[in-house]
Design a protein around this ligand. Structure first.
Ligand code: DUC
Ligand code: ZN
Ligand code: ZN
Length: 464
């Protein structure tokens, strides 16, 4: 049997094994894994590693971020950067604007994305109001359409839900078979610290980190896991930044609560000192939860190495630095309070984990594939994705495992005007990204038409 495409001589990372088989692809799917396969097109991948295309299950693209503030990426630039960083699917959040229904917001995001994406896209929802239309109509309808996960916030005025509201949302998740994701930081505690800092004249970017200390996240993580226990639902704690929060997750698991956990590159490579750079420079690293210190980085690594984390995502949330619609927003230099929260990272997530994790011997290639693709697909219900296996979509990334070079803004493809990892040396870089059998990146350059599709999802694995 001849295939449309065969990848030969790569080291192939399959679930549970690594082999040197050929990968046969036809009609966008992996149809054969074997020896001496024939194909109309052959990719000779000698010296490269074939892995499942990255799935980044935590990104923000063109999300409303307040009056006059704009994210640095639209769907074209975000997915171009994602493909260049070895990803084949991204999962952005859909956030309704003030007064907009969740369903109307989804239609708007879908039309913004349609025909512009170089990777596949699958939306999560953000539930910022526990009103009867959202809970009784929009959520059930959207879950039925394959948007089977949603995030709730315990911080940010205008976004945060009360404990009572979180319980109501979790109840819908239970009834409808969806997965609740939680941003766990205690808003009242942050506001207390923020207010005190401002009154003392401590307004520089580093006070963003100092007013969101570890206990703020630890307490909210404890509360979120307890609310899930009370509601009888599984949950995903996103962007875990420190050991104390992870300990809360471990304790909840020990009580029998199904808690999934995500961490991100910023928590293994950056620290609060990055926010303490001269002048306003530190604004480039303002994100929530903030990067911590070397000790917390070690705690996060211990969690990754010990299997406590299910997924490693970017939390890509890009704002331009030298821009009044970005980090340099009105009032941002007067107080850290007004600096938009978030950093770009969609293109650098995989190289950072590969270099710091696989190359430095902390995790295996199999664990890397699980943390960057396979687990995301399994957990969020992307049934055809996340593994090099017969029948799955031919979403594959070929890695050069030995290339060593610094991350620089110049080589990236996002819409931001900086990278938080400027000059950070990495070994290993994706050299070819294949989406459903079509090459969408080769040797660092995006390729082809934007053929990315919206993917409706099945029931998340952990959902009731
Ligand atoms: N939470 C996120 O998940 N992303 C960016 C900002 C935030 O607070
Ligand atoms: Zn968040
Ligand atoms: Zn996020």
């Amino acid at each position: 049997m001849s295939h449309e495409l065969v990848i030969k001589r790569a080291q192939v990372v399959c679930p549970g094994s690594i082999s040197n088989c050929d990968i046969g692809i036809s009609a966008g799917r992996i149809t054969t894994l074997g020896e001496n396969l024939e194909g109309r097109e052959i990719i000779d991948a000698e010296g490269l590693i074939a892995m499942p295309g990255g799935i980044d299950s935590h990104v923000h693209i063109a999300q409303p971020s307040g009056p006059g503030i704009e994210m640095a990426d639209d769907f074209a630039s975000a997915t171009r950067a994602a493909a260049c960083g070895g990803n084949t699917t991204v999962m952005p959040f859909c956030l309704p604007e003030e007064g907009q229904t969740l369903r109307a917001a989804v239609s708007e995001y879908m039309s913004n994305a349609e025909g512009r994406c170089l990777t596949d896209v699958s939306f999560h929802l953000i539930v910022k109001s526990a009103d009867p239309v959202t809970l009784g109509q929009d959520l059930p309808a959207l879950i039925a359409q394959g948007m089977t996960s949603f995030k709730v916030f315990m911080t940010y005025q205008g976004l945060r839900l009360t404990d009572a509201e979180i319980l109501q949302v979790m109840d819908v998740a239970r009834d409808q078979g969806a997965l609740t994701m939680v941003h766990a930081e205690n808003e009242d505690a942050i506001e207390f610290l923020r207010d005190k800092a401002e009154r003392s004249g401590n307004t520089a970017p580093v006070y963003h980190a100092r007013t969101r200390p570890v206990p703020v996240e630890r307490e909210a993580t404890h509360r979120a896991t307890t609310l899930a226990e009370i509601a009888g639902v599984p949950l995903m704690i996103v962007h875990v930044s420190n050991g104390a929060a992870l300990d809360e997750i471990r304790r909840a698991r020990a009580r029998g609560v199904r808690v999934l956990a995500e961490t991100c590159p910023q928590y293994i490579t950056l620290t609060a000192d990055d926010l303490d750079r001269a002048g306003f420079e530190g604004a480039k690293w303002v994100c929530s939860p903030p990067p911590r210190d070397n000790c917390e980085q070690a705690n996060i690594w211990a969690g990754i190495e010990g299997g406590a984390f299910d997924v490693f995502s970017s939390d890509h949330c890009p704002f331009r630095f030298a821009d009044s619609s970005g980090k340099d927003a009105p009032g941002a230099r007067a107080s850290f309070r007004n600096i938009p929260n978030g950093i770009p990272g969609i293109e650098t997530r995989l190289p950072i984990l590969f270099s710091e994790g696989v190359v430095k011997g902390r995790i295996s290639l199999g664990t890397f594939a699980a943390l960057t693709a396979t687990n995301h697909a399994r957990i969020y219900g992307l049934e055809n994705k996340g593994a090099i296996a017969v029948g799955k979509d031919a979403d594959i990334v070929l890695w050069d495992p030995s290339r060593t070079s610094p991350i620089t803004q110049e080589r990236l493809h996002h819409g931001a005007d900086y990278t938080p990892w400027e000059g950070f040396e990495v070994t290993g870089w994706p050299v070819r990204t294949i989406l459903r059998g079509q090459t969408v990146m080769r040797d660092g350059a995006p390729l082809g038409q934007p053929t990315g599709l919206h993917v409706a999802r099945g029931k998340p694995e952990a959902a009731p």
